[in-house]
Design a protein around this ligand. Structure first.
Ligand SMILES: [Zn+2]
Length: 259
């Protein structure tokens, strides 16, 4: 599942490549993934931004395209030919194209009014790169009995942090992943806030993490080379990494570094 840095990377690349372009034809090959209303052209793409793990394109007709790539969705800019798993091909007035590919068809692309977009996004928690340390601590403190890692993954609590970055941030903050929030000191939650932001920003600079088959528009990210615990056998201190299940998700941690 792409997390905040991967989705942010794709949104920034889309801004570079298609911002200001006018869509004048859309071919839809997979109606499960692509909203057929997107065929009503022309429309101009005014801007592209991210909210949580979603990519939003603001159009000149007061409408919005909401995209969720999920596990196996990709955008390809101006592919030479129609690629396998192509769900839709957007043709721009300058003869370039954008392809949305979906291998396992979990993602979607929908055309929404402002009101519909707001309804889709209203249950999302705050953005982790915008929340202050004080807000972060009090947000988590409002769920004292919850497992901290599960809350970090809960998009209604805070958006964009998935399984990889939650584990990395908890390692850096030296918090054991089985801790419930009431058992984590405010000082450690402040450390966690710092490391969540540090790690997400570092990953964005590295164009995200490439594991399984995530790829951004220009290729693969590089943050996988900077991981401390996810998928590792030894932590950076040389201790043996353990893997357990928390909330049904595989979780790597070091029981010497994380208490
Ligand atoms: Zn360790």
């Amino acid at each position: 599942m792409p997390e905040l840095p991967e989705v942010e990377t794709v949104a920034r690349q889309l801004n570079d490549k298609i911002k200001g372009k006018t869509v004048n034809r859309v071919e839809i090959f997979d109606q499960k993934v692509i909203d057929s209303k997107l065929k009503v052209v022309p429309y101009k793409i005014k801007s592209i931004y991210r909210r949580g793990k979603s990519i939003i394109m603001a159009l000149n007709n007061e409408k919005f395209i909401l995209t969720h790539l999920r596990m196996t969705g990709h955008f390809y800019y101006d592919p030479k030919e129609k690629t396998r798993y192509c769900a839709a091909l957007f043709h721009f007035s300058d003869n370039t194209t954008l392809s949305h590919n979906s291998i396992r068809r979990f993602g979607h692309m929908k055309l929404l009014s402002k009101k519909e977009l707001d309804a889709e996004l209203k249950r999302l928690g705050p953005e982790p790169l915008e929340i202050t340390e004080k807000e972060f601590v009090s947000l988590l403190d409002s769920f004292p009995q919850a497992n901290l890692k599960n809350k970090l993954l809960d998009q209604h609590c805070i958006v964009g942090i998935g399984n990889i970055y939650a584990q990395e941030a908890m390692y850096s903050a030296r918090i054991h992943p089985e801790k419930k929030i009431a058992d984590v000191s405010p000082a450690k939650l402040k450390q966690l806030h710092h490391h969540v932001q540090r790690i997400l920003n570092l990953s964005i600079v590295n164009n995200g993490t490439t594991v399984y088959n995530y790829a951004n528009i220009d290729g693969k990210g590089d943050f996988q080379h900077l991981l401390s615990v996810y998928g590792k056998e030894k932590c950076p201190q040389g201790h043996q990494i353990r893997k357990i299940q928390i909330g049904g998700r595989g979780t790597y941690y070091c029981d010497r570094c994380q208490r």
